[in-house]
Design a protein around this ligand. Structure first.
Ligand code: PRP
Ligand code: MN
Ligand code: MG
Length: 184
């Protein structure tokens, strides 16, 4: 489909699937079923996390509920602008709930550290993060991420939800983008 724009396959469809199952198993162990706080509440960060969110939720062996938030820090640039905007807020109150933020990637960590601060002010019973991908710069942020699918090199990646200028989200794998795509 996008063959001419993709330089290499970084993580295959099969590898994503296998790692998602492993993450789901380890995450599920931390949340008792039938807790008084109710089902685990997954908060997906639109739009990048949609594919991971739906596959992760189906891989989890415990009941979950889903909410979505849309924030944006990039626009059409390949590097973070330093500004996080809420494009869509949660529909529901999360006070007293066990909340798990589901992200596709932590790059600079700006989006996540901002989200953690924002959501913790809403008094959830617990607040944790699962991310499919993490880049090296993410270690600079003061957010403890218990579950990471893959630590990846500092290359611009697309696919499985991740975009460049809103394109390539629909690729079923994670690939590196050919530099010619964003240098032209
Ligand atoms: C991307 C990605 C993460 C965030 C990570 O979202 O999906 O949410 O950037 O970058 P950071 O760690 O440097 O903050 P983006 O803002 O591009 O919106 P999108 O999910 O709609 O593509
Ligand atoms: Mn995103
Ligand atoms: Mg994006």
């Amino acid at each position: 489909m996008y063959e001419n724009d993709i330089a290499s396959v970084l993580i295959s469809e099969e590898e994503i699937k296998q790692r998602t199952t492993e993450l789901a198993q380890s995450v599920a162990k931390r949340y008792p079923v039938g807790a008084p706080e109710g089902d685990l509440l997954l908060i997906g960060v639109l739009k990048g996390a949609i594919f991971f969110m739906t596959d992760f939720a189906r891989a989890l062996p415990i009941p979950t509920q889903m909410e979505f938030m849309a924030v944006s820090s990039y626009g059409s640039s390949t590097s973070s602008s330093g500004v996080v905007r809420i494009l869509k807020d949660l529909d529901k109150d999360i006070a007293g709930r066990h909340v798990l933020i589901v992200e596709d990637i932590i790059d600079s960590g700006l989006t996540l550290s901002w989200l953690m601060r924002n959501l913790s002010q809403r008094n959830p019973a617990s607040l944790e993060v699962v991310t499919l991908l993490r880049k090296p710069d993410a270690v600079k942020i003061d957010v403890d991420v218990a579950d990471v699918g893959f630590d990846i090199p500092n290359e611009f990646v697309v696919g499985y939800g991740l975009d460049y200028d809103e394109r390539y989200r629909d690729l079923p794998y994670i690939g590196t983008l050919h530099p010619k795509v964003y240098s032209s």
